[in-house]
Design a protein around this ligand. Structure first.
Ligand SMILES: [Zn+2]
Length: 204
């Protein structure tokens, strides 16, 4: 079992390698590695990230097969299936770090801002289920700062949405609450910059 702080350090180091183009993931995806993890997995971190094609968790943290348990969904939202996936990994593999990974200029945030600006009844029910979960963060930023320029609104809403998902994971599950209180499980937010490749962790 990898303690949360150590896991966080591994992610920081991996992201630094990614940013400086010194990736070592060739070794992490080798045949030897594949055979080793085929027997059992022991991921050291759980990542709840956005589906955006530009933010693949294993690549931006320079990790290989068996390292990360990754859940990806547009807007890195927390719905019951995401909570269940995190519970499963935290309980089954004793993984002690959960990272909610959002990113700059997120399309789900943009779509939600658009929706708040005009009526888009033609949007599918399925897509609405994502927008509905992002909306409270965007609305909170808008009502606190009614004159924000669009880019600034997106920037603040991305952060608010990450924090909301972190809170929902911390308080939306008895299993996770118990693991946080008694077993050293850490749930943190982080934001990836599409421009620089840097992942910034919140409040740690
Ligand atoms: Zn996104």
């Amino acid at each position: 079992m990898t303690p949360a702080q150590e896991a966080l350090e591994r992610l920081r180091e991996g992201n630094a390698r990614f940013v400086s183009s010194e990736r070592n993931s060739d070794a992490l995806t080798s045949e030897r590695r594949r055979r080793k993890v085929a027997i059992a997995q022991d991921p050291f971190a759980i990542i709840l990230g956005c589906s955006d094609s530009r933010v693949p968790a294993e690549i931006v943290f320079d990790q290989g097969l068996g390292d990360l348990f990754v859940i990806r969904v547009a807007g890195n939202i927390v719905a019951p299936s995401q909570v269940g996936s995190v519970e499963f990994a935290a309980a089954r593999f004793t993984t002690r770090l959960v990272v909610v990974l959002g990113h700059s200029n997120c399309g789900a945030i943009n779509a939600t801002i658009e929706e708040l600006g005009r009526r888009t009844e033609e949007r599918s029910r399925n897509l609405r289920s994502i927008v509905d979960r992002v909306r409270p963060s965007v609305s909170a930023v808008m009502s606190g700062n009614p004159k924000l320029a669009h880019d600034e609104l997106v920037r603040l809403a991305v952060g608010a949405n990450i924090r909301m998902s972190v809170n929902q994971l911390r308080h939306g599950s008895e299993i996770l609450e118990q693991l946080i209180q008694n077993e050293g499980l850490l749930v943190v937010g982080a934001e990836y910059s599409l421009e620089t490749g840097v992942v910034e962790f919140f409040d740690v």
